[in-house]
Design a protein around this ligand. Structure first.
Ligand SMILES: N[C@@H](CCC(=O)N[C@@H](CS)C(=O)NCC(=O)O)C(=O)O
Length: 153
């Protein structure tokens, strides 16, 4: 029987770790992108943040409505809504002994969908591109979840 452990001796867990790492780093990069845009545009959320920025821009006022920053934040939130469930259900899925080829296909589809979802969101690609990419990732997570639930019954 194949190793189903959550360690790198299990080839499937190693692949899951790789793709999870990619989407988690992608998600974390949204914080950096938000910060860079806040600094670049002097768009700070809190008065105390603005005070730091005033060294560079004396017209800085706290604002929660900058379109670029808010778009990045929505993209970040959408990542959190999708990547965290993928990671949690993925751990259960890998330990349930799935078909390795199917599992690898799921990991790749999810990662591809999430990377392209970000491109579509930030580059304002017309719908339904973003909806389809969101849907692709969601379907993958649901397939893994149903498989886990079925096997655990
Ligand atoms: N929390 C999401 C749930 C639905 C969803 O994730 N929709 C995708 C495809 S339209 C999306 O990119 N939503 C934009 C967003 O979450 O900001 C929302 O409010 O839209």
């Amino acid at each position: 029987m194949a190793d189903q452990g959550l360690n790198f001796d299990n080839p499937l867990f190693k692949q899951f770790a790789f793709y999870s790492g990619v989407v988690i780093v992608k998600t974390m990069s949204m914080s950096v992108l938000t910060a860079l845009n806040r600094i670049g545009k002097s768009v700070y959320a809190n008065p105390e943040d603005c005070a730091i920025g005033k060294a560079m821009d004396r017209n800085c006022k706290p604002t929660l409505t900058d379109p670029t920053v808010e778009r990045i934040r929505r993209c970040h939130l959408n990542d959190l809504e999708n990547v965290i469930p993928f990671f949690l259900i993925g751990l259960l899925y890998v330990s349930s002994g799935p078909n390795p080829a199917t599992a690898l296909m799921y990991f790749r589809i999810f990662t591809g969908c999430r990377l392209l979802h970000t491109v579509a969101y930030l580059c304002k690609v017309p719908q339904p591109s973003r909806a389809l990419l969101f849907g692709g990732g969601l379907v993958v997570s649901l397939c893994m979840a149903f498989d886990v639930i079925r096997k655990a019954c």
